[in-house]
Design a protein around this ligand. Structure first.
Ligand SMILES: Nc1nc2c(ncn2[C@@H]2O[C@H](COP(=O)(O)OP(=O)(O)O)[C@@H](O)[C@H]2O)c(=O)[nH]1
Ligand SMILES: [Mg+2]
Length: 526
């Protein structure tokens, strides 16, 4: 009976500096060009989940992320995008994180400033207790072509692994390090290892942003704030020196020097302003981040749906042509029969008639062939548009939709809610689940399963559950499970709920009832 439960989708976060080989790694595995036909302008500027089907049928979303890079100075924006993704999946429980992959080029002869910043950001975002869920993957071994280069590469590999400032801390915390051979098999090995461990990772940033509200207040946010302040302090020191030099130049009345120094001063002042602006961007709340993103995903989803429909209209035209062909043939046979019945000799069957028939048939067949070719050209797109409903954009859109509005309202028709990191599904998420089922106008129950307690169900309303109640359910006697109508799974710590519309047990539709009634309904059952 547990077979009815499909293996839940999981996500693996892939991070690393720009150019570390993240997109390439993912495309080795999914064997598709990673800049594929979805409407994202570029995979390296957006977070995007590429689907990989494991041999056991489970879907793994490999989450390609934009890299942190000092040269572009938009680390805050990148962090916002990654944080939005992470917090959305955590809050809506639409995907759980099975683990993390961090990519590093072995060809880099030294760890640059941006390499170190990127690595520190990764560490802070994860939190120490997730180091063991990380796979560090070194890339570009193929570029080391001489024996000497390879020896040096291996030496660097060991240094990276043993130096605390580099990957040493991660490795000491239980991270594994490996060499990627830039093949499907090599990528598969890494991903299978992570997927098989299936750790249900909750990162520090996911937990923190729910508790603390803004990105600035998270560990990684504080780290970046510190970096901004350090950089600005340096700029201010440089400015003071420039100020002194300017004073000297003024005394010496050296106009050229005055101009040069003044320009430099303006440059530094500009840098300071920019750094302040960037740091201010960290003050964004989870709610603000998701609001922007949910609009983006809604738009992308629309675009993809429209494209899917266009292709379907084309095949309607094909059907029309096929019908026309059939009609022409029928017509021809009918006319032939009439002629025969009128006892005209075969020789006398007007050649004109047959010729006309053949001509029409050829014309329709030509058109049909063109339509088919056209459709085949677009065929893969149509497939994508349709699967995307179940794909990354569809899932994110649905998850973000449940995020609209205040995820932690003080008061709802179900009663007061408390803002708590342990509160499980947000109110918005619950509302969305309930509304979905009330639309179907069927009594429904909740099917619930956990990692430890494989399967059990109850029709007691999910909405009344607090952490303790969920724990009670987890020990509730198990009952044969109905087929799960999938689509809404949500996780609550270790506990995963799946919603089913199969009527089981005492039936009621609690949607719209008051919190207290639901509570009583559940308590009566006990
Ligand atoms: N030789 C070699 N080149 C690679 C490897 N991985 C990535 N590249 C190349 O490195 C460049 C950057 O890779 P990309 O996947 O776009 O990096 P991303 O920014 O981390 O997504 C591309 O030109 C890739 O073709 C690898 O394992 N070996
Ligand atoms: Mg990329």
């Amino acid at each position: 009976m547990h077979d009815a439960l499909p293996l839940p989708d999981v996500a693996i976060l892939v991070m690393g500096l720009t150019g570390a080989g993240k997109s390439t790694f993912i495309s080795r595995l999914t064997q598709e060009a990673v800049e594929i036909g979805h409407s994202l302008e570029s995979c390296t500027t957006e977070v995007y989940g590429h689907i990989f089907h494991r041999a056991n049928g489970q879907r793994v979303f490999l989450i390609d992320t934009p890299g942190f890079d000092d040269t572009h100075n938009d680390n805050v924006k990148v962090l916002q995008k990654i944080a939005t993704f992470l917090c959305t999946i955590y809050d809506s429980r639409c995907l759980s994180l099975a683990g993390l992959i961090y990519l590093q080029r072995i060809t880099d002869t030294r760890m640059s400033g941006s390499s170190l910043t990127s690595l520190r950001i990764f560490e802070k975002l994860c939190g120490q207790r997730n180091f063991a869920n990380t796979m560090i993957v070194t890339t570009m071994w193929g570029l080391l072509q001489t024996k000497e280069a390879r020896t040096n590469g291996l030496e660097r590999y060991n240094t990276l692994m043993s130096t605390p400032e580099y990957f040493g801390s991660l490795v000491a915390g239980g991270a594994r390090m490996t060499r990627h051979k830039d093949t499907f098999e090599s990528a598969l090995e890494v991903v299978e290892y992570v997927a098989e461990r299936n750790q249900d990772v909750v990162l520090d940033i996911q937990r923190e942003i729910m508790n603390r509200g803004t990105l600035a207040e998270t560990t990684v946010g504080q780290f970046l704030s510190g970096e901004f302040q350090r950089t600005r302090a340096k700029y201010h020191r440089d400015l003071e020196e420039l100020e002194e030099a300017l004073e000297e130049a003024r005394q010496e009345q050296d106009d050229d020097l005055i101009t040069t120094i003044s320009e430099q001063k303006r440059e530094y002042e500009e840098k300071i302003r920019f750094s302040e602006m960037e740091q201010n961007n960290l003050a964004i709340t989870y709610q603000q981040m998701t609001q922007d993103q949910s609009e983006i995903y809604a738009q992308r989803y629309e675009e993809e749906s429209t494209r899917g429909m266009e292709v379907e209209e084309k095949s309607k035209r094909e059907i029309e042509l096929e019908e026309q062909l059939e009609r022409t043939e029928m017509e021809h046979i009918r006319e032939m029969n009439i002629l025969r019945r009128e006892k005209m000799s075969q020789e006398e069957v007007p050649e004109e008639h047959t010729r006309r028939y053949k001509e029409i048939k050829r014309r329709v067949l030509d058109q049909l062939a063109r339509e088919k070719a056209e459709r085949e050209k677009k065929g893969s797109k149509r497939f994508k548009a349709l699967t995307n409903r179940e794909g990354f954009i569809g899932i994110m859109r649905a998850a973000l939709n449940t995020r609209r509005g205040d995820p932690f309202p003080e008061d709802t028709e179900y009663g007061p809610t408390r803002r708590s990191s342990k509160s499980g599904l947000s109110r918005g998420g619950m509302d969305a689940l309930f509304r979905r089922d009330s639309e179907k106008d069927r009594p429904f129950s909740h099917h619930m399963y956990t990692r430890d307690h494989e399967s059990m169900y109850t029709d007691a309303p999910l909405i009344t559950m607090g952490p303790q109640r969920a724990a009670t359910f987890a020990t509730y006697p198990s009952t044969p499970s109905p087929p799960v109508e999938h689509g809404s799974t949500s996780m609550y710590g270790k506990i995963t709920y799946a919603l089913t519309t199969e009527p089981i047990g005492p039936q009621r539709n609690p949607y719209g009832k008051k919190h207290t009634e639901l509570q009583r309904g559940y308590d009566d059952q006990q």
